[in-house]
Design a protein. Structure first.
Length: 126
């Protein structure tokens, strides 16, 4: 059963500005996300913008936002086929379980100026 759907859009220029500020990316992104983004060279900011949109979309799918959750606890990575997956750590995982969520689906896209992500949470309502 679908428990929540969230969508978010991020301007890529925002990530470009963040990349220029010392330590800011480490505040919002899991270390593996940063490693993956850095390996993408010139498309690094596109990758980060899409992942940031996915984090925000997750909060919207929960319906309560991301209070008490560090964004770096939400890790968006690609599986061996390239499909994005959301891995939750710490408080983010606790929020999902408290919400009744059992699985999270994420889809991301980006163009030159914008990145968009959609998150669907599935589970059983008690």
């Amino acid at each position: 059963m679908i428990l929540g759907i969230g969508i978010d859009v991020v301007q890529v220029s925002r990530m470009r500005q963040w990349a220029d500020r010392q330590g800011l990316l480490e505040r919002y992104f899991h270390p593996r996300e940063l490693e993956t983004a850095l390996s993408r060279g010139h498309s690094m900011v596109l990758s980060l913008a899409a992942r940031f949109a996915a984090k925000e979309a997750f909060g919207k799918a929960l319906g309560i936002g991301l209070r008490d959750v560090r964004l770096r606890e939400i890790e968006v990575r690609n599986n061996s086929m390239g499909k994005p997956e959301m891995m939750l750590h710490g408080r983010a995982r606790e929020k999902l379980h408290h919400f009744g969520g059992q699985s999270v689906h994420v889809s991301m896209t980006h163009e030159v100026d914008n990145a968009i992500a959609v998150v669907i949470i599935e589970g059983e309502k008690g």
